[in-house]
Design a protein around this ligand. Structure first.
Ligand code: GLP
Length: 242
């Protein structure tokens, strides 16, 4: 059973998630973080940035693995997750870019990318704290409904729903990639702690299904119920169907 913390707003949620991460850094300066993209973790990264700067925290040893990446975008494309992680996480918090890894979505090497990423996580000793958002369809990472609960990092086709949801980051829907490389649900479940963040009415249905519904591949986020250490941090609107 996941622990669910309902807070008044995204700002307080970010403060709480950041405090868990800072405690983990204090314990292990080379902690391995699982990094999510999207709007849900933004307040966590903002709180981390503020506190690391205010408290002079040494984050030079922190390691990280992103959840997912589009396939086929040039790495320097502003919406590639490699760029998003650089701009929204590495730069503001002051992490060492050499220690932060994003799955490689380059078409030329995509056949080897999944295995290489799984191996890199294993060699790092696994992820200590995995941040997660949740898609309106109940997806985590880019594990769309129907994904095996035992899945590992692999290439997936994006659903039209997710392409439409993410079209806001691109000039046109046609520019949204059709494929992605994503950590699997099995990969995510191997992290030692999960923190799932969800805000707004638009997430309420998926969140209720994930936390209180049956564990099912049709709601990939419901797999968090299989994990022994999960904290779900939400606002009132996202909690409204619980
Ligand atoms: C994308 C990402 C997910 C993210 C989801 C929700 O599909 N691949 O990792 O959780 O969107 O995004 P947001 O937090 O912006 O609502």
């Amino acid at each position: 059973m996941a622990e669910v913390v309902i807070l008044e707003n995204e700002h307080s949620a970010g403060d709480l998630a950041a405090s868990y991460i800072l405690a983990a850094i204090a314990e292990h300066p080379d902690v391995v973080l699982g990094l999510a993209t999207g709007s849900s973790p933004a307040s966590t990264y903002a709180a981390l940035t503020r506190r690391v700067r205010a408290e002079g925290t040494d984050v030079s040893g922190v390691r990280g693995f992103a959840l997912d990446e589009y396939v086929g975008l040039p790495a320097e494309h502003p919406e590639s997750y490699r760029e998003v992680i650089r701009r929204e996480v590495i730069q503001p918090i002051g992490l060492d870019p050499a220690r932060i890894h994003v799955p490689n979505g380059d078409i030329a090497t995509i056949a080897e990318a999944s295995g290489a990423f799984e191996q890199a996580i294993a060699e790092a000793g696994g992820v200590e704290i995995q941040l997660l958002g949740i898609g309106a369809s109940g997806h985590i990472g880019f594990n769309e409904p129907g994904s095996s609960l035992a899945s590992v990092t692999r290439v997936k086709t994006l659903t039209e729903k997710t392409r439409n949801d993410n079209a806001r980051f691109f000039d046109r829907l046609d520019d949204v990639p059709t494929h992605c490389i994503t950590q699997g649900i099995g990969t995510i479940l191997r992290a030692r702690r999960l923190i799932l963040l969800a805000f707004g009415e638009g997430k309420a249905h998926a969140l209720a299904a994930a936390v209180e519904g049956p564990v099912s591949a049709s709601i990939p986020a419901s797999a968090i119920q299989l994990h022994p250490h999960v904290t779900v941090i939400v606002d009132e609107a996202a909690a409204s169907h619980l």
